[in-house]
Design a protein around this ligand. Structure first.
Ligand code: HEM
Length: 125
């Protein structure tokens, strides 16, 4: 499930970059299609993240990592919100800087907790 989760968010970040550059180059139609596909990748993240979260609770790992896990999941939702809001705002020609900063902050939190702190990753940390 960790692998599906990582595949999910790596895919979302790549699709986000592709959709963003399509909007940037005023290719509205392909951008709309890619935007919908990007949204599908959010579902993959939510499904795999939700399953990991559930398994934390049923396995009892929850007891030792409750705070980190809650912050990790909240920051993960925050990343997804930033990606979606950024695409919608950019498509409408609204300013995106503030949400770019939020995306950077939320990504740092999620990567630091996911790879650096929580124990179920594949990195030996
Ligand atoms: C784009 C958003 C997200 C990113 C970039 C992200 C990133 C990560 C990373 C880097 C890991 C650790 C993988 C590893 O150590 O090999 C991880 C694990 C995890 N994620 Fe996410 N995540 C996101 C969204 C979510 C959401 C929305 C949830 C909850 C609903 C969630 C729940 C979890 C859980 C429970 C784990 C297992 C923690 C562990 O490593 O022990 N994630 N995620």
């Amino acid at each position: 499930m960790i692998h599906l989760h990582i595949t999910g968010w790596v895919l979302a970040l790549i699709l986000f970059a592709v959709t963003f550059s399509l909007y940037k180059n005023k290719k509205q139609k392909p951008a709309k299609v890619m935007h919908m596909i990007t949204r599908l990748s959010y579902l993959l993240i939510l499904y795999s993240g939700g399953d990991l979260f559930y398994n934390y609770i049923v396995s009892g790992t929850w007891n030792s990592y409750m705070a980190e896990l809650i912050i990790k999941a909240a920051a993960g939702l925050w990343v997804i919100a930033c990606l979606e809001i950024l695409l919608v705002r950019y498509a409408k020609g609204k300013p995106t800087k503030g949400f770019m900063v939020q995306l950077a902050v939320s990504l740092i939190i999620v990567l630091a907790l996911g790879f650096g702190r929580l124990p179920w990753g594949f990195l030996p940390l």
